[in-house]
Design a protein around this ligand. Structure first.
Ligand code: AHG
Ligand code: MN
Ligand code: MN
Length: 338
């Protein structure tokens, strides 16, 4: 059978033996994410029908209360993840505290961290949004209540991570540490097909993605790198492309080659993106796709988290481009003022 006809379901079963310690649990977990992705996709695609179905907060013609999509996505993913006795805890960008899940016999081994709807400011204007997820094995004993330390693991401990991009087509892209594979949803029959096997970032590209509106507030190393991107050279100036949905910007840069930067600034002294829900999963995917993710000075996945909603500066993309940016950052001390 040609590889492009393989479904996500078949792919998961075929690759189950790669997980040393898992008796099909991780496969079932990915399956539940697949299911929630389809449900959220359906809702995201209705978002343009506000005049017909009603705004968030209103009651629609079926008499159902309309929810904000990020709240909706959060609920759907939590629902899908809690029902299968695999996950013992969930942390979400939308929840202040982590959620404990007590299974029947408490043998659940995995924790999931997620950004249920990334790029939420783009929903109203029909621009792609996404979901990001990150999976770890718990570190506290199986059978005991899950603890904060189960969530505050370094990114390098992730066993799987991925995203769904609800775009011109809907894709699920994920890694379990054996490369990155992308699956495209055929909406007519509700099945994901392997469309992008073994994804790799080009070593260098010609796209830079950053919210340059904050230029005056950036550290000097970032300003230097932006001037470098804009210089007139054989392969420059680079193209500026910024969607404002990390998932979509990352996805494009992986396919075409590029760098995404969300630095610290005098407005966001810690950066804006969340280490656990956004940066670590994207960093795992980037490294598995032959690329790099850094806070400007060091590897993202080596950072020991100290809080659930911790923010970090994020430089992610084609290897050589992130290395160029790091070289320019290294000229200034990490705690230098803007
Ligand atoms: P979220 O919608 O989950 O809050 O995340 C938005 C993030 C990220 O996806 C995007 O790249 C960035 O915030 C955009 O921020 P700015 O508007 O400050 O550029
Ligand atoms: Mn986000
Ligand atoms: Mn979000």
């Amino acid at each position: 059978m040609p590889i492009k006809n393989k479904t996500l379901g078949e792919f998961i079963i075929e690759n189950q033996s790669q997980f040393k310690y898992s008796e099909g649990e991780l496969s079932r977990l990915i399956n539940s994410i697949r299911l929630a992705a389809k449900v959220v996709n359906h809702e995201v695609n209705k978002a343009g029908l506000v005049d017909i179905l009603g705004q968030a907060g209103e009651v629609n013609i079926q008499g159902e209360a309309q929810q904000k999509l990020d709240v909706y996505a959060n609920e759907k993913f939590i629902h899908a993840l809690t029902r299968r006795e695999i996950v013992c805890g969930i942390a979400s960008e939308e929840e202040e505290d982590f959620i404990r899940i007590e299974g029947n016999n408490n043998t659940n081994k995995y924790v999931v961290l997620m950004d249920p709807l990334d790029g939420s400011s783009n929903i109203d204007v029909n621009v792609s949004v996404g979901t990001i997820f990150s999976i770890y094995r718990r570190v506290t004993p199986v059978g005991s209540p899950v603890q904060l330390e189960d969530f505050l693991q370094k990114g390098s401990e992730q066993v799987a991570a991925g995203y769904i991009v609800y775009g011109t087509s809907t894709m699920l892209v994920y890694t379990t540490g054996h490369g990155v594979n992308g699956f495209t949803l055929n909406p007519a029959i509700g099945t994901f097909y392997l469309s992008h096997p073994n994804l790799k970032f080009p070593e260098r590209g010609n796209i830079y993605s950053i919210n340059e509106g904050y230029y005056q507030h950036f550290p000097q190393g970032v300003k230097d790198y932006l001037k470098y991107c804009q210089e007139e050279k054989e392969d420059r100036p680079y193209k500026a492309r910024y969607i404002g949905s990390l998932v979509s910007d990352f996805h494009r840069n992986m396919l075409k080659g590029g760098i995404y930067i969300y630095p610290t600034s005098s407005k966001n002294p810690q950066g804006k993106l969340r280490l656990l829900y956004e940066c670590n999963p994207m960093a795992f995917l980037a490294e598995q796709a032959g690329a790099k993710a850094s806070d400007g000075y060091k590897r993202i996945m080596a950072i020991k988290p100290t809080a659930l909603h911790q923010r970090v500066p994020f430089f992610c993309g084609s290897n050589e481009m992130v290395s160029d940016a790091e070289r320019m950052m290294a000229k200034y001390p990490e705690d230098s003022k803007y």
